[in-house]
Design a binder for this molecule. Structure first.
Ligand code: AMP
Ligand code: MG
Length: 320
């Protein structure tokens, strides 16, 4: 059975094709800027422009025709309304008489991560708009901790934008951080299992504007601080749930320093650590197709409206 999955929650328009558990194609094109951030309507325009060529690339890569596809899946939420609508409409156009299934983007990150061999992990999901510590318990992926304000990737992107770097800023900050030497004390905001980043971002912008510190030292300190917060709550979730595996997801999880810090934490508590390949960490269509097929086989009920604020813990996980 073949499922074609469409991702369009935010900056990335992607199409993945999955046959049973094999990923046949994972093609995408992401909205970027050289300066300035991501404007929802511009993102939607980007997605409309690239949709057909990404579809053709994916079909060519998988060496199939659209007629060979059995099920169409699309990312239904959470995400930016205009971007979600482009993906949903494209899915409706492709599906004709084929079954159509709406997928929760965050749950898709979790499920595809299990290709690494993780069986029952705590997921540290660190992406642009989302930052959550998630684990499966009693029929749902429960959120044990999360950001109370913005996603960690947005924090990195916002600081990057402030210092004149374009979108996405995370990789550029990571480069600058390599040359930072001084650890500047920044607000460290962990409340129970939750985190927030607003105060840290403001402080970093002030330090930069007042030329009190170099941008390399600020980027280094920013990364050290926000990643330490994430590792602390991930570790607490592992202790609380008594789970022995940590899995990473989300674009920020491509960061080598975050990976290193997680690895040390797992080693210290004798836990296994799983990092999916970069192509499955970032937003992409393969995860939508992958979960689409699982949900289709499990006969999960679905609708076609977009769900911009759909939370991970609202999904009934009936396939496990
Ligand atoms: P996602 O929304 O999961 O596709 O992730 C996108 C986010 O990941 C953006 O905020 C990027 O700035 C961030 N990102 C991508 N690569 C890295 C990296 N190496 N280090 C830190 N952040 C990154
Ligand atoms: Mg994501």
């Amino acid at each position: 059975m073949i499922c074609l999955g469409i991702e369009s929650t935010a900056h990335t328009f992607g199409i993945g094709i999955v046959k049973d558990k094999a990923i046949l194609a994972n093609e995408k094109d992401s909205f970027t800027t050289t300066s300035g951030g991501m404007i929802p309507n511009e993102v939607a325009e980007h997605h409309k422009k690239v949709a057909n060529s990404i579809l053709n690339q994916a079909l060519a890569k998988a060496k199939i025709k659209i007629e060979n596809v059995d099920v169409i899946a699309f990312s239904q939420g959470p995400g930016l309304d205009p971007a979600l609508l482009v993906g949903r409409d494209f899915a409706l156009k492709l599906s004709k008489n084929k079954p159509l299934i709406g997928i929760n983007h965050c749950v898709a990150h979790l499920e595809i991560g299990q290709l690494t061999g993780a069986k029952d992990p705590v997921l540290l999901y660190a992406s642009g708009a989302n930052t959550q510590i998630i684990a499966y318990e009693a029929g749902k992926y429960r959120i044990f901790g999360e950001t109370l304000d913005q996603g960690i990737g947005n924090v990195l992107d916002s600081f990057a934008r402030h210092i004149g770097l374009g979108f996405p800023g995370g990789p550029k900050i990571a480069e600058l951080a390599k040359n930072g030497k001084k650890l500047i004390e920044l607000p460290y905001n962990v409340k129970g299992m939750d985190v927030n980043f607003g105060g840290i971002l403001t402080k970093c912008k002030q330090l930069y504007d007042r030329k009190q510190e170099t941008k390399e030292d600020i980027c280094f300190s920013l990364q050290e601080t926000v990643f330490a917060m994430l590792v602390e709550v991930a570790e607490r979730a592992m202790a609380h749930t008594n789970k022995k595996e940590l899995l990473l997801g989300g674009g920020v999880a491509c960061n080598k320093r975050l990976q290193e810090m997680c690895k040390i934490m797992c080693k210290e508590r004798n836990a296994k650590f799983f990092i999916p390949e970069n192509q499955y960490l970032v937003d992409q269509g393969a995860m939508i197709a992958y979960l689409g097929l699982i949900e289709y086989k499990a006969k999960v009920k679905t609708t076609t409206e977009i769900k911009p604020h759909w939370r991970t813990d609202q999904v009934e996980v009936t396939w496990k």
